[in-house]
Design a protein around this ligand. Sequence first.
Ligand code: PRT
Ligand code: ZN
Length: 293
Amino acid sequence: MERTADSGTSLRIAIQKDGRLTEKTIDLLEGIGLRFDNYKRSLMLQCRNFDVELLLIRDDDIPEYVQDGVCDLGFVGGNVTAETGADVSVLHGLDFGICRLSLAAPKDGDIKTVKDFEGKTIATSYPNLTQSYLKKNGVNANIVTISGAVEIAPRLEVADAICDLVSTGNTLKANGLEELEVIFESETELIQTNKTLSPGKQKLIEKFMQRIDGHQQAERSRYIMMNAPRSAVPDIKDIIPSLKSPTVMPLADEEMAAVHTVIPIEQFWEVMEKLKAAGASGIVILPIESMIL
Ligand code: PRT
Ligand code: ZN
């Protein structure tokens, strides 16, 4: 157990109890080495090997719990934090729970641009974000706040249009709706309270963040190993967008060398094709657990 100056004061982190973000958040926490028991059954969970306790609550409550200092950190969608307007700091964007908040209207209707929303009724669970977007565009509409199944509101004639979260767009399509304007892009974020924290907690947060950074970097990178003729090594070095200089090792065949390095995942295919063309063979790619640069 890692203890700090204010021993006994665990870092309290709010996560979604039961929803789209729960499993990915737990996976991330486990990925940075934290161990928990039975997270599905508890409201409060003590970490076995790091001075952290988890509070499992509805995602809507997370920004305010963090704002008020009930929790020091929270994992929550940027959409929820923005909607609540909570006074918190965003420490890190995380690559999951990616979605967008969009205005949508019946495909065969007469609402096609943001101006067409003038005087219309819009159903949403995000009244504040919707209102502020419309205001920015000089549009006056009637907003009806509903908490679920927003996409059926036009069919029920409860509203002319909706403003809802979209990821694949399938729900909109299935309900005969057309996505017209993206008003907010969102991903899961790690947020921190703006309340003053003890030096012990600040240190713990630094440590926690270092692990998250390492994990995120690792997820976006791959370890790559290949063999190549020695004569091709200078070309290969030029191709590799290496974080550091690649490792070049001799092989039993003196004409050949092994090259090991780390590459960003988004350049993966482009780099692979160029490496092959430069004479690399036996290319092996491995996932990375974590990285400290
Ligand atoms: O019970 P609790 O209040 O904690 O959960 P919740 O029901 O409010 O939220 P939940 O678990 O559904 O979503 C949690 C978070 O996941 C959201 O706040 C977003 O940050 C993120 N997220 C990412 C999404 C989606 N993608 C998403 N597609 N949240 C909801 N949806 C819904 C959307 O509302 C619509 O009904 O999925 C449907 C659209 O999906 P597509 O793929 O058909 O476009
Ligand atoms: Zn919710």
